[in-house]
Design a protein around this ligand. Structure first.
Ligand code: ADP
Length: 271
């Protein structure tokens, strides 16, 4: 490309220095694609309840105007659809907050035993409604990590809610309706290369096909979309969990066996 420019003392031809600059744009392209997919997904998720709402408003203004029974039925559906939109917006806000904060390490001293007890108390009504039982297993009186109490509570909430929604809808007597929170310590976590506090949520439900495990924490990824929507899921719960765990420089492991249940293990660095 560069024309030769004179000869060196040894008589060899010498090329003029030439700088070629290469920029790898594949990552930027991938990020652009992820952003576009995200916007498309959010629009789609919002459009479904919006279409239902506008449809029922039309019906209530027209054919069902004087039908009291139909009006009550439609209003109940509209309330459910509005609730779905509300949950989606709440989860989107949570996700964008934890993504924005991901570089800042939270520093409060948090006792995971106390945090789990209080999270369990607020999750009891949901579990009872679904016919599920919650249990806490730990041999520790306290287990302290550096963290953000609200966010770690949200991790537990999302995981227990999933355990109840997908895992614990079994026959009460079979023991399949139990969701267990386990707290413990691991002396050496190989990736963190230090001791870790373990916070695990396990259910004894139908489990998840291993095929799905690597993608489970992607935004809007669902194993069974119909079932997730029916259960009021937004498809963002595990994405939020993953970002919160990242923010705490922790690890999230998901293991599951078909027919045996699923286990979501969060390991947080201990001081
Ligand atoms: P959703 O709002 O749909 O529950 P999540 O991000 O929390 O979204 O979970 C993603 C998907 O992973 C769910 O739609 C469900 O298919 C699957 N899943 C999550 N937790 C469990 C579980 N404990 N047992 C079986 N499947 C689960």
């Amino acid at each position: 490309v560069a024309p030769f420019e004179g000869r060196a003392t040894d008589g060899q031809a010498r090329a003029r220095p030439l700088v070629l600059s290469f920029e790898d744009v594949s990552q930027q392209r991938a990020a652009g694609q992820i952003r576009r997919d995200f916007v498309a997904n959010v629009s789609h998720e919002l459009r479904t309840p919006l279409t239902a709402l506008t449809g029922f408003i039309d019906t209530l203004q027209g054919a069902a105007r004087d039908d009291a029974a139909a009006r009550d039925r439609f209003l109940a559906i509209m309330a459910r659809e509005a609730g779905r939109m509300n949950r989606l917006v709440e989860d989107l806000l949570s996700l964008s907050r934890v993504e924005a904060e991901e570089r800042m390490r939270p520093l409060d001293r948090i006792d995971l035993v106390a945090l789990s007890r209080s999270a369990m108390a607020s999750l009891l009504p949901l579990a009872e409604e679904a016919g599920a039982r919650l249990e806490l297993e730990t041999s520790h009186d306290s287990l302290v990590v550096r963290g953000d109490a609200d966010q770690l509570t949200q991790v537990l909430q999302n995981l227990v809610e999933n355990g109840v929604k997908y895992g614990a809808r079994g026959d009460k007597d079979s023991g399949a309706n139990v969701v267990t929170i386990r707290l413990g310590v691991i002396a050496h976590e190989p990736v963190l290369r230090q001791a870790g506090a373990v916070m695990e949520v396990a259910d004894r439900g139908p489990g998840i096909d291993p095929l799905h495990l690597p993608r489970l924490t992607e935004r809007f990824y669902r194993v069974d979309s119909h079932r997730s929507r029916e259960m009021g899921g937004t498809g963002l719960g595990l994405a939020i969990v993953k970002h919160i765990v990242n923010r705490h420089r922790g690890r999230l492991r998901i293991t599951s066996e078909k027919g045996q249940g699923s286990r979501f293990t969060v390991i947080l660095p201990m001081e």
